[in-house]
Design a protein around this ligand. Structure first.
Ligand code: M6P
Ligand code: ZN
Length: 201
């Protein structure tokens, strides 16, 4: 079968919708473990005590065109495992798009979570995620997802293939709000108001 420059083999793709699985030729996959998330969680000493090999989230995606192709779209799922670090839920690294004006859609397939959105002015808000919830992420908006449930959080995403990921800005400045586990439920706390946090129950 013909192979495009992107490595994608044209052909029928299939989804296992509720489990976030992409089936077909040329599916890409990545796994992010705790050890790769230095500086993401607020409580560094709690993070250091945990197993660095523990999987926090995995992504699988279908990218039919060469990454960077203007006008092309990519499609994929993210599965965030349940867990927390120093009272903070397992979450994605989070990013702005390198091409800042590019937007993105998320929709939840399984589990419960929060989508944290933050503009370049650092104004932030969070949207609750549950099966069927649909989330539009406008351009110029950083986004990060957290699993607030006891099972996996699985959501689908569709993004422009030329959006790119700017992780550097988040690595330097973080998000302006955090979502903490407080008495078993999520609580949104401005970074500026964070005090000492309790250990995960
Ligand atoms: C979604 C999309 C992907 C992203 C992934 C994990 O599936 O937004 O582009 O890579 O979530 O998020 P992050 O890249 O911030 O770790
Ligand atoms: Zn994105």
């Amino acid at each position: 079968m013909m192979e495009l420059d992107s490595g994608h083999v044209p052909g029928q793709m299939q989804l296992d919708w509720s489990n976030g699985i992409v089936l077909g030729a040329g599916v890409r996959k990545s796994i992010t473990r705790l050890g790769q998330l230095k500086g993401i969680f607020r409580d560094q000493s709690a993070w250091e005590l945990m197993n660095p090999d523990r999987v926090v989230y995995s992504v699988q995606w279908h990218e039919p065109m060469i990454p960077g192709t203007e006008g092309a779209l990519s499609w994929g799922s993210t599965t965030i495992e349940p867990g927390c670090v120093g009272g903070e839920y397992f979450m994605t690294r989070g990013h702005f798009h390198a091409k800042r004006d590019r937007g993105e859609y998320y929709t939840t397939a399984q589990g419960t979570g929060m989508l944290v959105l933050m503009g370049e002015d650092r104004m932030a808000r969070a949207e609750a995620m549950s099966p069927g919830s649909l989330h539009y992420i406008p351009g110029y908006t950083a986004h990060r997802t957290l699993n607030t449930g006891d099972g996996p959080l699985i959501f689908w995403a569709c993004w422009p293939s030329d959006a790119g990921h700017d992780y550097e800005t988040i690595a330097r400045h973080g998000f302006s709000i955090r979502v903490m586990k407080h008495d078993g439920t999520p609580e949104i706390i401005p970074e500026a108001a964070m005090g000492e946090q309790a250990e995960c129950p």
